[in-house]
Every structure is written in C-alpha cells, then in structure tokens.
Design a protein around this ligand. Structure first.
Ligand code: RB5
Length: 142
C-alpha cells in the first residue's frame, strides 16, 4: 500500500505525525506537501497528488489544509478523484462505505490530531459497500 499525502502550511504538523504513524503500519508514504509553516497555496500540492492517484503512482491520497475545503474543491476538479472531507470517525467510515473516496481530506485546524489519526485508520480499514453506492458513483462524472 502506497499513500500520497498533501498539505499546506496549516497541515504540516498533522502531516508529519500521520506519516510517522502510517510508516508504523507498514504503509509507504509519498510526501507532496509543504514541510514548512510558511504560507503557501494548497492547489500547488493538491493537483500533483490528484495526478499521482489517477496515474496509479500511489494507491490512495490524504490531504490536509485548514478547513479541508480548499483541498477538496481542488482535488475534485480531477475526473476520477473522489475527495471526501471527513471530520469524525463516523464520516471517515461513510466516505469509504458510500463514496469510495480515493482521497481523504481533513480540516487540520478544526479536529484534534488523535481524531485525524482515527479517521485515517477507519477510512483505510472500512470496505466500500458497492451496490447502490457504485451506481451513484458511476453517475458522478460528467
Ligand atoms: C490557509 O489559511 C487556509 O485558507 C487553508 O488552509 C484552507 O483552509 C483553505 O481552504
């Protein structure tokens, strides 16, 4: 399993902690994000992450910014990317079960780190339900 992770300045700390935790789970991580807290523009790292997922260079993606919305809006411009914003463990499960999100987005400024880690763990271990949800996903692209 290889995961790409992208973050702006608001997500550096959570990115670093998640990378360590993911490596501890024997997951390979490719870092697309900034490594400093200097202000930067989230699309500059969101687009390369989306392309890496679409090209199969990584299996899944994780994105962090202040609210999560900038990342989610940018990532979802790419056909084939399903970037789901999650701020609780329950939504982390549903975004996989129902939406089969291939990128998980979290609002680093609005959730504690332990919740972010729990969301990632839940999203990674929860299966997609398929069925009616596959039908709905098939209707997303236009
Ligand atoms: C940065 O201040 C902030 O705008 C960004 O992290 C994100 O929340 C944008 O959607």
């Amino acid at each position: 399993m290889k995961i790409g992770i992208a973050n702006d300045h608001a997500g550096v700390d959570y990115k670093n902690r998640l990378v360590e935790w993911l490596k501890g789970q024997n997951i390979e991580v490719v870092n697309f994000g900034t490594d400093t807290t200097d202000s930067m523009d989230y699309p500059d790292v969101a687009h390369p992450l989306a392309q890496a997922v679409l090209d199969g260079k990584v299996d899944l993606g994780i994105a962090l910014c202040g609210t999560g919305n900038g990342m989610a809006i940018t990532l979802n411009k790419h056909k084939g990317i399903r970037a789901g914003l999650a701020w609780s463990k329950e939504i982390g499960a549903l975004v996989k079960q129902h939406n089969n999100a291939n990128v998980l987005v979290m609002p680093a400024r609005f959730i504690p780190y332990d919740v972010a880690q729990e969301i990632v763990n839940t999203w990674l271990t929860t299966p997609f339900e398929g069925g009616r949800h596959q039908r709905r996903i098939d209707k997303i692209d236009c």
